[in-house]
Design a protein around this ligand. Structure first.
Ligand code: 5AD
Ligand code: SF4
Length: 464
């Protein structure tokens, strides 16, 4: 594909093109969706390559060093494009933007504007300023509005503003919905409290409205998002009560949430998994380390025994509950014995999914300054031991599912086999269904006939 000429761009001025590159977590994906909704009203359409775009946005992640590097290397790669097309506007959003602000403008001369995680709803206004020749970084926190704050303005919720251009645009089968933002926990390794600010919960009615609008546009599953999602509380409604309300939403089939904190995981929440038909039998509960000494240094506010007790309660109340977790290896001071304690937890719990990361010192967090930083080679070796153990566990957990009946939410065709469909079980296991022609969004019951390490194969039951 060749780049459009300036003339072609001008003649197409009714519509502008935006390219967005998103790094990081689901909250960033959600923010990207919101930016696209706002830009849709400004007559932007999304394109999948930076070449030829009028606006390039990079939604950045600062959780570890690697995603942060990717941002600066992408900006480096865009230098040539900006030289050839100085009229292309480049904006940097997200967590690196919040953390580095003005520094990005100094380091990357091709960037026109930088905006933080609390500023994305000013996007149309910021673009107007850029059009007037301003170059700026905007990373101020919005003044808190006690006791709750609807940080998603109604104009960014398609379907709530009748007649808006994208009111009828289809929602993904699996939609995301932020119910809270920020985090007050201050785990010593984590940038989130600095890049996403203090914790704020959204008003429950506003959440239900957005959920209803998503379902009206075709969403079947909603993933509730929050950095510490289960400490949600607004207008006297806590997380469990919010789940009950969402469970009553007609047309919604499945509810999930991420990420909860163990200290706020309680029996009422476990019971909600048992009692609410739409709340999936899947719990992602990060434990980070199996050593109490390390958990204390991480400031996680719980012991490993407390964590395991909560899992035991949840497993007892919810038969077949799928479990997943996050782990950090090589936190400062982590000895071989501490690491063995982490391996033991994995061995005993047998998680269905596991996300393990090498500790990455983030300069604005206390853990970056702690003594006993672990050499990179040791971190890498520990990570590979975790992954080897988990792979064996995951295969065994999947093997156990052979012969069981599972409900699959169909997401679409298999990428390499158009005669098969892909979807997930309620426990979030990726499942291939050969010889199935169901539309995305359909619920199909299958019998599991084969199991791989990270996926299942299901045979449609009945004449499906
Ligand atoms: N280094 C490595 N992993 C981290 N995480 C958060 N901060 C860091 C860091 N500095 C991991 C945690 C968290 C997940 C989202 O990312 O395991 O649960
Ligand atoms: Fe980061 Fe999660 Fe800890 Fe909050 S609870 S500081 S988001 S790891």
């Amino acid at each position: 594909m060749t780049e459009p000429t300036t003339r072609q761009r001008e003649s197409g001025s009714a519509h502008k093109r935006v390219f967005i590159q998103t790094f990081g977590c689901q909250m960033n994906e959600y923010d990207t969706a919101k930016m696209l909704e706002l830009l849709g009203r400004e007559r932007y359409t999304r394109v999948d390559r930076p070449e030829g775009a009028d606006l390039i946005l990079i939604n950045t992640c600062a959780i570890r060093e690697k995603p942060e590097h990717k941002v600066y290397s992408l900006l480096g790669r865009l230098e040539g494009l900006k030289r050839r097309h100085p009229e292309t506007v480049i904006g940097v959003a997200g967590c690196v933007a919040q953390q580095d602000g003005e520094k990005i403008l100094k380091r990357a001369r091709n960037v026109d504007f930088v905006f933080g995680t609390d500023n994305l709803f000013d996007l149309p206004e910021m673009l107007a300023r850029v059009a007037e020749g301003e170059r700026f970084a905007r990373t101020q926190w919005r003044p808190p509005k006690a006791p709750v704050e609807n940080f998603i303005p109604p104009e960014a919720i398609p379907g709530l503003t009748p007649g808006s251009a994208d009111a009828a645009a289809p929602a993904p089968v699996k939609a995301q919905l932020a119910i809270a933002k920020g985090c007050n926990n201050m785990c010593t390794f984590c940038v989130v409290p600095y890049t996403r600010g203090r914790e704020v919960s959204r008003e429950p009615d506003n959440i239900l409205q957005e959920a209803a609008a998503l379902v009206a546009r075709g969403a079947k599953e909603i993933m509730l998002l929050g950095q510490n999602v289960n400490s949600y509380r607004a207008q006297g409604v806590d997380f469990v009560e919010l789940l009950h309300r969402l469970n009553g939403l007609p047309g919604l089939e499945r509810i999930r949430y991420t990420s909860p904190h163990p200290k706020d995981f309680n029996e009422p929440l476990a019971r909600a998994h048992r009692d609410l038909p739409k709340l999936c039998e899947h719990l992602h509960l990060p434990f980070q380390s199996g050593s109490d000494r390390i958990l204390r240094a991480m400031r996680r506010n719980h012991t490993i025994a407390e964590y395991l007790e909560k899992l035991a309660v949840a497993r007892e109340l919810v038969p077949g509950l799928a479990l997943s977790t996050d782990i950090i290896v090589g936190f400062p001071g982590e000895t071989e014995a501490d690491f063995e304690a982490t391996l033991n937890v994995i061995r005993n719990v047998r998680f269905d999914h596991l996300y393990a990361f090498k500790f990455s010192p983030r300069s604005i967090t206390p853990a970056a300054e702690l003594p006993g930083q672990v050499p990179e080679a040791v971190k890498a070796e520990r990570l590979s031991r975790i992954l080897a153990l988990h792979q064996a566990n995951a295969q065994a957990a999947n093997d156990d599912m052979i012969g069981s009946r599972q409900e699959i939410l169909v997401e679409g065709a298999h990428p390499r086999d158009p005669n098969s469909r892909m979807g997930r079980t309620r426990g979030h296991k990726s499942t291939k269904i050969p010889g199935c022609a169901a539309e995305p969004g359909a619920l199909v019951t299958v019998e599991i006939v084969a199991a791989r390490k990270f996926s299942l194969v299901g045979k449609v039951q009945g004449d499906g």
